[in-house]
Ligand binder design. Sequence first.
Ligand code: 13P
Length: 256
Amino acid sequence: MRYPLIIGNWKLNGSKKFIDTFIVGLCRKFHGIEGCKVVIAPPMVYLDQVKQVICNTKLLLGAQNVDINLSGAFTGEVSASMLKDIGARYIIIGHSERRSLHSEDDQVIAKKFLVLKNKDLIPVLCIGETAAEKMAGQTKTICARQIDVILKLHGAEVFQNTVIAYEPIWAIGTGCAATAEQIQTIHTFIRDHIAQKDPKVADQLIIQYGGSVTKNNAAEIFSQPDVDGVLVGSASLILDSFIDIIKLASTKKYKI
Ligand code: 13P
């Protein structure tokens, strides 16, 4: 079953003090809101603190990365087993900041996808094109390539109970979100692309949009039939904005 999913990707932001005020406030304001799932993905070092604060609420824990290995001599890394152990459920992989700043390629990301699936965690696979690729009319080609590495290695069934986040790189942190029409076009393309291999899996796939989502553009984005949720960066750090986005998501209706 598809459902509206909002993930707050805190990136390299937050502190113990921030969590104490923000998460406590979020728990209070989220209480009683139904019809959507909300995930907080703080930096790794704060996972446990956030988990402690949200443990009696419906808020869920996410993480921003995972290593391809489960244990061993891999200094600085965090494994899928550890994320599971600490209670994280939705794990962001393939974010453009990791692709560009940490040289993660499609092959590495495919390994991360599988390591998460094997631990029964939910990969949130980020895909999307650069401004230059968009100008060159390559958006669909790029998105297809980023999905195909996983499709070819592991088949379409591996996308069951997973999330794809379409995050055009030109829209991230720029204040210039894609239009609702652009988003719907690419989300339809993503769903159709998977449907060519397995229509049932495609039908249930959660597809999020990310890139300059705010409380002002969220309603229009959510109104698109193939938008199941949003992956929110900076607006997820502002309590009133984030809760407004959550409220809008909770009113989303699916055609049956
Ligand atoms: P912004 O919402 O700050 O543009 O970030 C989007 C993003 O990268 C979420 O993963």
